[in-house]
Design a binder for this molecule. Structure first.
Ligand code: HAX
Length: 441
């Protein structure tokens, strides 16, 4: 599938010159002031990363190379007219910057199917861990164990010229993405289906094959997973999984290490693990209220109790978004179209009615609206994927598309190692209060 790689190079190589030009002609320009507030609250809003694959707007949500989720659902190629777009097409769009033809998408599917072979030692690494290891622990360990196969690492060792780093990164990335559904499904079947594994079907698309190997082989689940893989794939560069992948990649660590780092970040409850926390929290609520069909008032009181206990309401809030996440809306629409009456989905919709005013009333939560994780678990659960401790692995499979497309771009531009400055708390105090200011530490 050399032509996809060549097309990427042809399009993206123009940007190398642009990157160099901006650096030489505008290197001294000040583009933003940094406030103490930003330093003290997780570097929010500092414009300091280059990510071409997608851009997040606080009001409108994510756009992938300029296309919103509703636009993608209309424009990206799909297998059947009534289905959901294939994630292969989104990968093409994120990497190359233009909408793919149907042929391009089918070619990526085929290419990934031929690259999907997972070496035995990766399964051995997974099998060496106790089944009670969290699925994300097994997933991350499997990913970094594949560094044995890194073409980038071998090329680096043999002294390849830095202008070709992107080429072997591309090969590693394509192999890695191709293998992830098999690895994820292996972990799923190992933990929840007594090691009764299902072989991949090379005729299936990437997301369809994941559904097949997990043992949820219906057309409905395949359709859901195609949507799921599209909407979770990327969220510009500053989120923890994208930033961690980019940061570790900036040291020229091989793509397996870089993505492994990203996955360990995704496994945090404030990030991707929130998709599990949402279901856990709802079940905890049902148990505590002792009813499967809580009233709005009961849900409101449970949300208030959660806040009083100093816990977060999972699935709500966002570091950038200030509106309902369009990824939430896409899943809500999917449920409205295909799911007749489901108690868990009804509760998720009910929380959507009840939670925002309560969160807003606290006066400190900047975004009282739901994010992607508020809906995803209920849909998976409805379609029979009830093992919610596994949900973040599915998020991780999808996230590979965006962060690894970005890693290829990073290597083509030749982005340098990242190394921001840190100061002591006293050092920051001195910056804002002067040298003679006294503090307690
Ligand atoms: N429930 C309770 N408190 C919340 C909250 C929520 N859902 N969202 C924010 N807050 C709190 C913060 O903890 C913070 O409290 P303190 O001042 O006491 O530290 C305060 O409100 C201000 O936070 P913020 O500026 O509004 O939000 P942040 O940018 O700091 O954090 C988070 C963004 C997504 C981490 C946050 O909203 C949160 O913890 N949400 C719940 C977990 C969640 O759903 N995470 C998934 C996010 C989407 C994602 O990455 N998916 O993978």
């Amino acid at each position: 599938m050399e032509y996809i790689k060549n097309r990427f190079f042809e399009k993206a190589s123009k940007c190398i010159t642009e990157y160099q030009r901006l650096k030489t002609e505008h290197g001294n320009k000040v583009i933003a002031n940094i406030t103490m507030e930003q330093v003290l609250s997780g570097m929010k809003g500092m414009p300091c990363l280059i990510t071409d694959t997608s851009k997040l707007d606080a009001q409108e949500g994510i756009r992938f190379r300029g296309y919103s989720i509703p636009e993608l659902r209309e424009k990206l190629p799909r297998l059947r007219p009534e289905g959901e777009p294939l994630p292969e097409g989104l990968f093409y769009l994120m990497l190359i910057g233009e909408l793919p033809e149907r042929e391009d998408v089918l070619n990526i599917s085929k290419d990934w199917a031929t690259r999907a072979y997972v070496p035995q030692h990766v399964f051995d690494v997974i099998d060496a861990m106790p089944k009670i290891s969290r699925p994300m622990t097994q997933f991350s360990a499997a990913i970094i164990s594949m560094a044995t196969d890194s073409i980038f690492q071998k090329a680096y060792r043999t002294g390849v010229n830095k202008k070709y780093y992107w080429d072997t990164t591309y090969e590693d990335v394509m192999n890695l993405i191709a293998r992830l559904p098999r690895i994820a499904a292996y972990i799923y079947r190992r933990i929840y289906h007594n090691d009764d594994h299902i072989e991949p079907d090379p005729r299936l698309d990437w997301a369809g094959n994941l559904a097949h190997m997990m043992g949820h082989d219906s057309d409905e689940v395949k359709r859901l997973l195609r949507l799921y893989m599209v909407i979770h794939s990327d969220h510009e560069g500053g989120n923890v999984s994208a930033h961690a992948t980019h940061l570790v990649g900036s040291a020229l660590s091989n793509p397996y290490y870089a993505f492994g780092a990203g996955m360990l970040g995704l496994a945090g409850p404030l990030h991707g693990y929130a998709n599990q926390e949402v279901i856990h929290w709802i079940f905890e609520m049902i148990q505590s209220l002792d009813t499967e069909e809580p009233t709005d008032e009961q849900i409101a009181s449970y949300i208030k109790k959660t806040l009083e206990e100093g816990r977060v309401v999972p699935g709500y809030g966002h570091a950038v978004l200030r509106q309902t996440d369009p990824r939430f809306t896409a899943q809500q629409e999917f449920a409205a179209k295909y799911v007749k009456d489901d108690n868990l989905i009804n509760i998720v919709n009910q929380i959507y009615r009840v939670a925002p005013p309560i969160l807003e009333e606290t006066g400190k939560i900047k975004n009282p609206w739901p994010n992607v994780d508020a809906f995803s678990g209920a849909l998976l659960y409805h379609y029979g994927i009830k093992e919610y401790n596994f949900y973040t692995v599915m998020f991780g499979v999808s996230r590979s598309l965006g962060v690894l497309a970005s890693l290829i771009v990073d290597r083509l531009y030749g982005l340098p190692i990242e190394r921001p400055s840190s100061f002591t708390l006293g050092g920051f105090r001195e910056m804002v209060e002067g040298k003679n200011a006294k503090g307690s530490c």
